[in-house]
Every structure is written in C-alpha cells, then in structure tokens.
Design a protein around this ligand. Sequence first.
Ligand SMILES: Nc1ncnc2c1ncn2[C@@H]1O[C@H](COP(=O)(O)OP(=O)(O)OP(=O)(O)O)[C@@H](O)[C@H]1O
Ligand SMILES: [Mg+2]
Length: 238
Amino acid sequence: MSIRVEHVSKTFSAYPALNDVSLEIANGEFVALLGPSGSGKTTLLRILAGLEVPEEGKIRFGERDVTRDQPASRGIGFVFQHYALFGHMTVAQNIAFGLNVMKRSQRPSRKLTRDRVEELLVLVQLPGLGKRYPNQLSGGQRQRVALARALAREPRILLLDEPFGALDAKVRRELRVALREIHNELGLTSIFVTHDHEEAFGLADRVAILNQGSIEQFAGPEEIASQPASPFIRSFLS
Ligand SMILES: Nc1ncnc2c1ncn2[C@@H]1O[C@H](COP(=O)(O)OP(=O)(O)OP(=O)(O)O)[C@@H](O)[C@H]1O
Ligand SMILES: [Mg+2]
C-alpha cells in the first residue's frame, strides 16, 4: 500500500517537532527514517500509526485519507522498542492478541487463530515456542514475537521504531536480514526508524534523513553516499 505524507506539521507546546514534512512511499518499498535524537522520527511514525494527530497536513494510505482514523482501523502493524510483550501471556497468546480483541462478528475461529499463530511462529523462525512466556526468551526472540504480533492481522503497512535498538550487534544483523525477507515475502510497505546509518543503508530501498523536524534528503543509499544534499548530511554520515 502506498503512503503519502502531505505537508505535515506537529508542534508540542510551541516546539515544532515536525515542520512541513512531505514524503511519497511506493507500494512495496522499504524506507528507513534516519536522523539524530530529537529530529522527529518517532513523532512522524506515531502520526502514521494514528497515535498522534498533526495540526497541519494529511496522511494517505493509497488514495484513502487516514489522517483522523483510529490506529486499529488503519491496516498497519507496528513494533516499537518499548512496546513490550504482555508478560502474563504466552507467546501464542501475545501473537493472537490482535485477533482476540476483534469484534465477535469479525474474529477468526479458535482453530483459525491457532493455525495463524503457528504460521507466524514459522515465519519469524520460532516454531514450537508458542507455550513459553516472554521471560523465557532472549531479547532477539522477544522482538521476533513482537514482529509476529504486529503481523497477525495481515497489515499492508509495517511501522518499526528502533525495534532492535536494545540488542547486540550480531543479533541485530540477523533480525535485520529476517525482517527484510519477511517484508519481501509478504509484499509489505515498511518504514523503519533508526539512528544507525549502517542499519538504514543496509536495509532500505530509500532513506529519508530528518533533521530538526524537516526532511533534508530522501533518496537511495548510493545517491545519499555519493551526493549528500547538505553539509548537515555530510557531517552526520561521516
Ligand atoms: N509528547 C511530547 N511532548 C512534548 N514534546 C515532545 C513530545 N514528543 C516528542 N516531543 C519533542 O519533539 C521532538 C521530536 O521528538 P521525537 O521523539 O520525534 O524524536 P526522535 O527523532 O524519535 O528522537 P530519538 O532518536 O531520541 O528517539 C523532540 O524535541 C521531543 O522532545
Ligand atoms: Mg524516537
């Protein structure tokens, strides 16, 4: 599903967190949002998820204006670094959560839900771990479960805010590869927030670089590396 951000501005008590941001992302693209701390990455992702409403501008998914739609009706999945798993639920219950809270008339049967959970566990390479509790998993395994939970309702758009931020470098690299494979296999459109250049450039089709609430450059990794659009980008990448 394509995504259009049109002239979006967001202010927190007179502080401009986003300033006239526009972005067009094609169906199937994997985009990284890269920028220093406080540049507005999380704010933009939360606006896309429907957790914040911008003062100015519009968000479109395909042709649909979703600017004021509730998160649950947007057809998105999200994984946030601090959006933890429910500790009192098993892995399978965590993954099924989004299905089990659906209205009775739309909710899949228990058998379908069980099958879907098994399928998702295979997808994130954790088959057979459905009965464990989150505290019986490694950090990397937990983030795989969080990803499976985000995918349970078959979103067309996946939003990720530093999902691997707390993990060590080797596990990060493994998860990055797994995520990119899942993105391709499911035909998702994904936006991945990071402040790690290597992660952004190694993973994304295009990288949007934010600085002080504005997009300074939005281009493929090679183009940004060979033709940085501003002195800020040159120094940020060096
Ligand atoms: N709820 C809020 N109330 C007040 N100010 C906020 C709020 N959320 C964000 N801000 C401010 O908006 C600016 C952008 O914040 P944001 O969280 O989007 O940055 P970020 O790029 O995600 O940074 P980081 O890399 O540290 O996560 C920051 O200056 C932040 O202090
Ligand atoms: Mg952030």
